[in-house]
Design a protein around this ligand. Structure first.
Ligand code: SAM
Length: 403
């Protein structure tokens, strides 16, 4: 069946792309704003806009190849129209006789799309430098980049402080949301199809959080015990802190720190929705680290990183990331490891984690740290592979402070 196109929806995709590429705005935020601006759009329209915007960004380089476009940046709207038209043609839409599509040749576009002699960087639509870095630093880069180009799945974490799996499954099924179990991740469930969740009563009551299963594994990996003292030193808006509190059964103490106050503010409001009572927040200043010297039983360093493990959620990062930014985060990671680990007690456990797939942010950082800190030893390290699990990509290392 020939699929028909509605101009206002195509225009919404086009406007999104211009804002994301030319105004350097974040894809997820642009899409949310566009969808909010027209409440009359039904769920099919909303999906059309969101999915096509994400897919065109994800396949940007491949699309340019199919359209034989060599420019690096587009200043003209006409070029964006062609990219949108080219993508829709690949998706099986019958291109209408709109003037913006007059230069497109669907037969040629499809022939290039289907041709088998494309290099990986074109086939998987990645910039040259990132493909080279991936090849050098990521085990099984072929499969990982392929997996990182899939549409992201929605995972939730059941909040055991307020509910349980059976109750959450039943609440979601009442809303006709289909879910499935996730092997090996105790409190995770996966949605079979993407659905909006944050308006649901069970979400508002804190019965579950939206959190990738790989991210849940990081909190589990710290293996915290109730009644202990935990520091989550790069806590952000608290995804892992909240799960740690549930794993401790709301007993003990967690200090959640970050350099950005607005994230800690959001963490506090999520904690209250989650029924978490053991978290205090501390905005990092010069004196903060001294205050906690040698105090923590457990320390989580979920450090800032390149985000190469979460490209499925943020496909625009493929085009916005720069090698110089990755150099900068590597330095921050090394100095966080150097400076923050003094907050751990002798005998305490440290987890260093990233959402990067690059060895230089992961195994190499830990190796380098261990070579300079004889008071630590490596207990275990683990990669969460998007290709093997379907989760986002993560790395985690567990270390013990021996003296
Ligand atoms: C990967 S994110 C953390 C995500 C968070 N743990 C979660 O589960 O939602 C890294 C965090 O490190 C913070 N950060 C950046 N530089 C930092 C520093 N020097 N010390 C502590 N946190 C820092 C960032 O603001 C960001 O929130």
């Amino acid at each position: 069946m020939v699929k028909k196109l509605h101009r206002p929806l195509v225009e919404a995709v086009l406007t999104n792309l211009i804002q994301i590429f030319n105004e350097n705005r974040k894809a997820d935020q642009v899409i949310i704003r566009t969808l909010k601006s027209n409440p009359k759009w039904g769920s099919r329209d909303r999906n059309f806009i969101a999915e096509n915007t994400y897919d065109i960004i994800r396949w940007w380089r491949l699309l340019k190849y199919c359209l034989v476009i060599n420019e690096r940046k587009f200043s003209e709207e006409a070029r964006f129209w062609e990219m949108v038209g080219g993508w829709l043609c690949i998706q099986g839409y019958d291109l209408p006789a709109w003037p913006e599509f007059k230069n497109l040749d669907p037969v040629k576009i499809l022939a290039l799309y289907e041709s088998e002699n494309k290099t990986r960087k074109v086939r998987e639509s990645v910039p040259d430098w990132l493909d080279e870095l991936g090849e050098a630093e990521v085990p099984n880069w072929d499969d990982e980049i392929h997996a990182l180009n899939q549409d992201s799945k929605v995972y939730i974490r059941v909040n055991t402080l307020k509910s349980n799996k059976a109750e959450v499954i039943s609440a979601l099924e009442k809303e006709e949301i289909e879910i499935e179990e996730v092997p090996d991740v105790e409190n995770a469930l996966r949605l079979k199809k993407r659905r909006k969740l944050d308006h649901l009563k069970s979400y508002r009551k804190g019965h579950f959080e939206i959190q990738d299963a790989g991210s849940q594994q990081i909190a589990e990996y710290l293996d915290v015990k109730p009644d202990s003292f935990v520091i989550d030193a790069c806590a952000g808006a608290g995804g892992k802190s909240l799960y740690l509190a549930a794993l401790m059964n709301n007993s003990g103490k967690i200090v959640s720190m970050d350099v950005e106050g607005r994230k800690l503010k959001e963490l506090k409001s999520r904690a209250s929705r989650n029924g978490v009572e053991i978290i205090t927040t501390d905005l990092i200043r010069e004196s903060t680290l001294d205050k906690y010297q040698g105090k923590a039983d457990y320390l989580l360093l979920d450090v800032p990183c390149s985000g190469t493990g979460v490209l499925r959620r943020n496909p625009d990062a493929k085009w916005k990331l720069k090698p110089s930014f990755i150099d900068q985060v590597r330095q921050i990671q090394a100095s966080i490891l150097d400076d923050y680990t003094a907050m751990l007690k002798p005998g305490g456990t440290l987890v260093y984690a990233t959402c990067s797939v690059l060895r230089s942010e992961n195994e190499d950082q830990v190796k380098n740290f261990l070579s300079q800190h004889v008071e630590f030893e490596l207990l275990d390290e683990k990669r969460v592979s998007p290709a093997e699990t379907g989760f986002d990509g993560f790395y985690m290392a567990k270390l013990k402070r021996v003296k």
